[in-house]
Design a protein around this ligand. Structure first.
Ligand code: SF4
Length: 76
């Protein structure tokens, strides 16, 4: 299985990734909204109900359904 994205990875820090969307730094990412999370992001490569799935932005590493990063795009 692919490795999981860790919040301390340099890319995760750069994109503000948190495994829990509620923990996102609101001051740094003012456009973040509470209803945004990996599970409803266009780049989450799994079922909307999957606990984790690969993310295209992170080179296929696993991100948490409840996670978030600043590259979030609403799933079409
Ligand atoms: Fe989550 Fe989307 Fe960011 Fe990937 S791009 S980490 S799925 S919010």
């Amino acid at each position: 299985a692919p490795a999981a994205v860790v919040e301390t990875d340099p890319q995760a820090i750069a994109l503000g990734y948190k495994a829990n969307t509620a923990k996102v730094d609101k001051a740094k990412f003012p456009k973040h909204a509470a209803d945004q999370h990996c599970g409803n992001c266009q780049l989450f490569q799994g079922a909307a109900t999957a606990a984790t799935a690969p993310c295209a932005i992170f080179g296929g590493k696993l991100v948490a359904n409840k996670g978030w990063c600043s590259a979030w795009v609403k799933k079409a």
